[in-house]
Design a protein around this ligand. Structure first.
Ligand SMILES: [Zn+2]
Length: 258
């Protein structure tokens, strides 16, 4: 049984990439035009596998089209271009739910053991640890349009999915105290603390302030910045850039010029 998934995926990856999907990519996901040729080819293989394995569901009356599926799959797979074979293509992900625009979620806050406060919150997207990602389609399109602003909803939510699958931030929480100066846990933990302190002192930051919410959001926000503003990230946070390039096994600074 071992290796069966990779074997099956290799066969699927060889399928020809439909011309209609090519047009969707060139019209909707301009990031791809910046990738070197070899990575463009690999991305198309990953998209084919991703779409073969992931269920899409339209919510609030949205009808799922190839434009929606291919645009989301392409951006999700940019994050995993560093994978050397087909053994990892979001293995724990099952479904992507897509709303036409930001949706309202019911939330509960437990103030103390007796009172639970209920409220409503508008959301652009979320990733559940059980293998579901929720996205607002208009926000997916906004994120894809400007590839240099460091804001990309698909990168953000799929970074959460990678975090669930690889334990990127739980490693920081568990190993920060004992970790080495140049390790993942030490660098990400130090950068997070520095970032929170910069915001408290009203210093200007490259990263979106939403990243200060917690370590998981910090990881999602640095991922957006790593892929969309790599030069600034490398100049201002070289150790963090280095750790992310090891994590993703990619060096976007070489092809994304701001
Ligand atoms: Zn998030």
């Amino acid at each position: 049984m071992f290796g069966f998934t990779s074997w099956r995926r290799k066969r699927i990856a060889k399928r020809s990439f439909p011309q209609e999907w090519e047009s969707i990519l060139s019209e909707n996901v301009s990031y791809i035009q910046h990738l070197p040729g070899g990575l463009q080819k690999k991305l198309k293989e990953l998209i084919t596998i991703f779409l073969n394995e992931t269920n899409f569901e339209g919510c609030a009356g949205l009808e799922i089209t190839d434009k929606i599926r291919v645009s989301i799959a392409a951006q999700a797979c940019i994050l995993i271009l560093g994978t050397d074979d087909y053994s990892f293509v979001y293995n724990d992900l099952r479904s992507v739910l897509v709303y036409p625009k930001p949706y309202v979620a019911k939330i509960k806050n437990r103030n103390n053991s007796f009172f639970v406060e209920e409220g409503f919150q508008q959301r652009h997207g979320e990733a559940w640890s059980r293998g579901t990602i929720v996205l607002a389609w208009d926000q997916v399109q906004n994120g894809a349009r400007d590839i240099h602003d460091g804001q990309n909803l698909v990168f953000h939510e799929f970074a959460h999915q990678l975090d669930y699958e690889y334990g990127a931030t739980s490693q920081v929480e568990d190993e920060y105290e004992e970790s080495q100066f140049l390790s993942w846990a030490r660098v990400v933990g130090d950068e997070y603390q520095q970032f929170v302190s910069d915001l408290q002192r009203n210093r200007e930051t490259l990263l979106d302030s939403y990243g200060a919410t917690n370590l998981a959001e910090f990881f999602a926000v640095i991922t957006e910045c790593f892929f969309e503003r790599p030069t600034e990230l490398k100049n201002q946070h070289p150790k963090l850039y280095h750790q992310l390039s090891e994590f993703y096994r990619q060096d976007p600074e070489t092809y994304i010029k701001s």
